[in-house]
Design a protein around this ligand. Sequence first.
Ligand SMILES: Nc1nc2c(ncn2[C@@H]2O[C@H](COP(=O)(O)OP(=O)(O)OP(=O)(O)O)[C@@H](O)[C@H]2O)c(=O)[nH]1
Ligand SMILES: [Mg+2]
Length: 217
Amino acid sequence: MTIRARIFRSSKRHFDCQRLDNKEMVTATALAMLLKEDHIVVGDWVELIPPPVVGQEWVIEKVIKRNNAIFRNLPRVQKKSVIAANVDVMLVVTSADRPDYKRGLVDRYLVRSEYWDIPAYLIFNKMDLYTGDHFDINFEAERLKWLNVECFEVSASDGKYKQKHLDQGFVELSEKLRGKTAILIGQSGVGKSRMITELSEGRIQLLSGETNRANKG
Ligand SMILES: Nc1nc2c(ncn2[C@@H]2O[C@H](COP(=O)(O)OP(=O)(O)OP(=O)(O)O)[C@@H](O)[C@H]2O)c(=O)[nH]1
Ligand SMILES: [Mg+2]
């Protein structure tokens, strides 16, 4: 009998998997044929064979077909490099100030959301710093509506911030994300790590120093 689980963290040979039945996290290795490049990534659903003897390893026997995948193209070797799988929504995070809102960049991310076939939400973060001098949030929200992109007005650093310009704020965002798998995308400093801390109600604390150094968030 196998057990269904989801990949939470992957390294070359070992995978942290969360069991679907009891939510317990277990570490597994994978059958050699599954260890080919890109074969198992974060977000994949897998079938696990339990250890024959307590203390031995769980083994990933099968990877379930993906609904979608986040990938990079590697034109030089004419390949796709898959980064994550089975993502429900992509949060494009922007900030009202430091760094400024950049429409061109937002549009580039939205093209990727189409390309990866994952719906996007636009998050206007740091709205506690919004003055209206650099961009008009209502104009942006209106234009994004035509692209079927839902917009949210939030402040990840101010739990009491209430939206003033748009219909949807932090409460609505948290509600919509319940039970979903989301990825965050956005330039350095827009507040992605801070947002994850807020959305997880403090359960996940990303060390800004560490992530900033890698410039990945
Ligand atoms: N005023 C204000 N500051 C914020 C808000 N959200 C985040 N910050 C601050 O902005 C800075 C950058 O936030 P991070 O969460 O580290 O940004 P990031 O997008 O993860 O950046 P990288 O990891 O470099 O990609 C931190 O000093 C945060 O405290 C906000 O809503 N309002
Ligand atoms: Mg970060």
